[in-house]
Design a protein around this ligand. Structure first.
Ligand code: NAP
Length: 548
C-alpha cells in the first residue's frame, strides 16, 4: 500500500525519512526488507515494476522456468516458510516462482513498505548530512542513511543494435519484458533471435503452436536436456522433512546447490577423459546418454579434457538432429561450461520438425530488420512476430542505469568506466559510503544458488548495520586499496577456468555487452570460502572498511 506522505516527508538537513532505502522487490529486496524490519530499522523499497517478484515478474515468456531445482531455489532463512510452501515440479515454472514471492510478501506483511511502479532514477550522497537522497520516476524524493541495491544480476535488458529494429510491423516481444497477459503464437510465423536459456525455453515451448519458427542463432548453445516432471505423491514431503540436511549441504558446496541443474553437473572425480579411448567414450554415451559429456573430472579446468567432452556433446547432437548440416550448425565450438549451462528438454528435436528453420548468423549475418521481417545476407525471412531473447547487461548493468553520485559527486558508472568494476567483496564500492550492493560484482552471485547468495549478503549487511548502530558509527565505506586487492583475487580465482578461456565470450565476462570491458565479474573461489572471508571481516571489526 502506498504511503501518501512519502513524497513530501518533512525533514531537516540531518533527519532521514528512512534508515534504509532498498532498491528492488525481487527475492533479495524482499528479504532485505524483512530482515532489517526485524532488527528495528525503518525501510522503504522502491520497485520499478508494478508487482513484486523481480526477475520472476518480468521474465514471463512462454516456457520460463528455473534452471535450479525448486526445492533448492527458495528461501532457507525460515523453516516455517520452507514447510508451508508446496512446489509442484522439479524445476519450478515462472508462474509458480512469482506466486511464491508474492506469497512470501504477504506472509511477512512486506507490501506496506514497498512502493511499486517507482523506478529509482537517481541516488546522491550528501557528505554534510551523511545521507543518501533517492529520487524515483514516480516523483519520490526521500532521504536515508543507507541504501541497499537489490537490483538483480540479470535485470538490465540488452536491446540488440540491429538496424531497423523498430521498423518491424508485427509485435516485437522481449522475453525479459514479456506482455503481462501473454501472447497467442498459434498459427503465426515467428522469429526468435537468441539461443541462450530464454530463447531455448521459448523455442521448445511455442514450437507446437506456431505455423513456422525461424531460430536466429549467433552462437550455438550447450544444453543439459534434463527432464522436468511433477513431484510424485509424497516426494516433496520427504524433501521437506530433509530440509535441514539439504540446506547444510548446499551451504557447504561451491555453488550452493546439491541437486543437478545448471549449477551442478555431478561429474565423477575419478573419471579421466584424457585416459579414455574413443570406444570407451562411445560406451559412456550408450550408458549415460546426455549426461555422458558432463560425467568426467577436470572439465572446467583442463581444456584438452573439455575438448574431448565437447566432441562427445557434438556426437549426441548429431544423433538427434536428422539433417547433418543443421546438426553441424547447432554444435558449439567453444569450451563446454564457458557459458551458463542451459537446462531443458526438446531443443534439438525441434529442428527435425518441418515448421522449424535454423538461421546460422555466423554464415548469414543479419543485415537489418524491415517491416516484413529479418533480412540476412541470404535474403529476407518474412515474419509476423519477432521474439528477442538477447539477454542482459549482467551484474553491473542495473546499477549503471541509475544515476548514482557518491562522495564529491563522482558517478558510479564513471568510476567503474575509469577504474573497472571495483567493489570490495561485491558489497560496497569505494567513494560510495553507506551504499550496499546485494550480489554485486565481485561476489559469487550468479555462480551460486541466488537465493542463498542473496540471503548471505542480506544477513551480512544487516549485521553490519546493527554493528554501526551499536557503536554509534554513521558511515562505512571500503578503502580503494582493499577493494582493488579484492578484485584482483576475483580475477585470479577465475584464471585457468574454462569460463575465462580464450574463445569464451559470455555475459559473465561482459562480452555480450558492447563496450563493456572484459572482466570475469563474479567471484569464483567458492561460496564457503567467500562466506568465511565475509564473516571473518565482520568478526574482526570490518578491516578494509573505514568506519566513521
Ligand atoms: P543470454 O544467455 O545472454 O542469451 C542471449 C542470446 O541472444 C545469445 O544466444 C546471444 O548470442 C544472442 N544475441 C544477443 N544479441 C544478439 C544480436 N545482436 N544478434 C543475434 N543474437 C544476439 O540471455 P538469456 O537467454 O536471457 O539468459 C541469460 C541468463 O539468465 C542465463 O544464462 C541464466 O543465468 C538466466 N536465465 C535462466 C533461466 C532459467 O532459470 N532456466 C531462464 C532464462 C534465463 P551470443 O551467445 O553470440 O552472444
Amino acid at each position: 500500500m502506498a504511503n501518501p506522505d512519502l513524497k513530501t516527508a518533512s525533514r531537516n538537513e540531518t533527519a532521514t525519512d528512512f534508515d534504509v532505502v532498498v532498491i528492488g522487490a525481487g527475492l533479495a529486496g524482499l528479504y532485505m526488507l524483512h530482515k532489517l524490519r526485524q532488527l528495528g530499522f525503518t525501510v522503504q523499497i522502491f520497485e520499478s515494476g508494478d508487482a513484486v517478484g523481480g526477475t520472476w515478474h518480468f521474465n514471463r515468456y512462454p516456457g520460463a522456468r528455473c534452471d535450479v531445482q525448486s526445492v533448492e531455489y527458495s528461501y532457507s532463512f525460515s523453516d516455517e516458510i520452507q514447510q508451508e510452501w508446496e512446489w509442484t515440479e522439479l524445476f519450478a515454472p515462472q508462474v509458480e516462482l512469482e506466486a511464491y514471492l508474492n506469497w512470501v510478501a504477504d506472509r511477512l506483511d512486506l507490501r506496506r513498505d514497498i512502493q511499486l511502479s517507482a523506478k529509482v532514477e537517481s541516488l546522491s550522497w550528501d557528505e554534510a548530512s551523511r545521507t543518501w537522497t533517492t529520487e524515483t520516476s514516480a516523483g519520490h524524493r526521500v532521504v536515508s542513511r543507507f541504501v541497499a541495491a537489490a537490483t538483480g544480476s540479470l535485470s538490465a535488458p540488452l536491446k540488440p543494435d540491429i538496424e531497423g529494429l523498430h521498423s518491424f510491423d508485427g509485435p516485437l516481444l522481449y522475453t525479459n519484458r514479456f506482455p503481462q497477459d501473454g501472447f497467442d503464437f498459434v498459427g503465426k510465423r515467428v522469429g526468435v533471435i537468441g539461443t541462450g536459456s530464454s530463447g531455448v525455453q521459448v523455442i521448445t515451448t511455442i514450437v507446437d503452436e506456431v505455423s513456422a519458427l525461424y531460430v536466429f542463432q549467433r552462437s550455438a548453445a550447450y544444453l543439459r536436456p534434463q527432464i522436468n516432471r511433477t513431484f510424485k505423491p509424497g516426494e516433496f514431503d520427504a524433501l521437506k522433512a530433509d530440509y535441514a540436511s539439504i540446506r547444510a549441504r548446499e551451504k557447504a558446496s561451491n555453488g550452493g546447490v546439491i541437486f543437478s541443474g545448471a549449477l551442478q553437473w555431478h561429474a565423477d572425480p575419478t573419471k579421466d577423459i584424457l585416459a579414455s579411448t574413443q570406444e570407451q567414450r562411445l560406451k559412456v554415451i550408450e550408458e549415460l546418454g546426455w549426461r555422458a559429456p558432463f560425467a568426467w573430472a577436470n572439465l572446467t579446468k583442463d581444456l584438452d579434457a573439455n575438448r574431448l567432452a565437447a566432441d562427445m556433446y557434438g556426437e549426441l547432437v548429431r544423433r538427434v538432429v536428422e539433417d547433418p548440416e543443421i546438426a553441424e550448425d547447432l554444435i558449439p565450438h567453444y569450451p563446454m561450461g564457458c557459458k551458463r549451462m542451459i537446462v531443458g528438454p526438446g531443443y534439438y528435436e525441434a529442428f527435425n520438425r518441418k515448421n522449424v528453420a535454423l538461421v546460422n548468423l555466423r554464415k548469414n549475418p543479419i543485415k537489418r530488420i524491415t517491416s516484413a521481417g529479418v533480412e540476412t545476407e541470404a535474403g529476407l525471412v518474412e515474419l509476423e512476430v519477432l521474439v528477442l531473447a538477447t539477454g542482459f547487461d549482467a551484474l553491473t548493468g542495473a546499477l549503471n542505469r541509475i544515476d548514482i553520485s557518491g562522495r564529491g559527486g563522482v558517478g558510479l558508472r564513471d568510476y567503474w568506466r575509469d577504474q573497472g568494476p571495483i567493489s570490495y567483496l561485491g558489497v560496497q564500492v569505494p567513494g560510495f559510503p553507506n551504499f550496499f550492493t546485494i550480489n554485486g560484482p565481485g561476489s559469487p552471485s550468479v555462480l551460486v544458488n541466488v537465493f542463498l547468495s542473496a540471503e548471505q549478503h542480506v544477513e551480512w549487511i544487516a549485521e553490519c548495520l546493527v554493528y554501526l548502530r551499536e557503536h554509534s558509527i554513521t558511515t562505512i565505506e571500503p578503502t580503494e586499496q582493499d577493494a582493488v586487492e579484492w578484485m584482483e583475487q576475483v580475477r585470479t580465482a577465475a584464471v585457468g577456468d574454462v569460463k575465462t578461456a580464450a574463445g569464451c565470450n559470455s555475459w559473465y565476462l561482459g562480452a555480450n555487452t558492447p563496450g563493456k570491458p572484459r572482466f570475469f565479474l563474479p567471484y569464483s573461489g567458492g561460496f564457503p570460502a567467500y562466506r568465511q572471508r565475509c564473516d571473518e571481516i565482520a568478526y574482526s571489526g570490518y578491516p578494509g572498511f573505514v568506519l566513521r
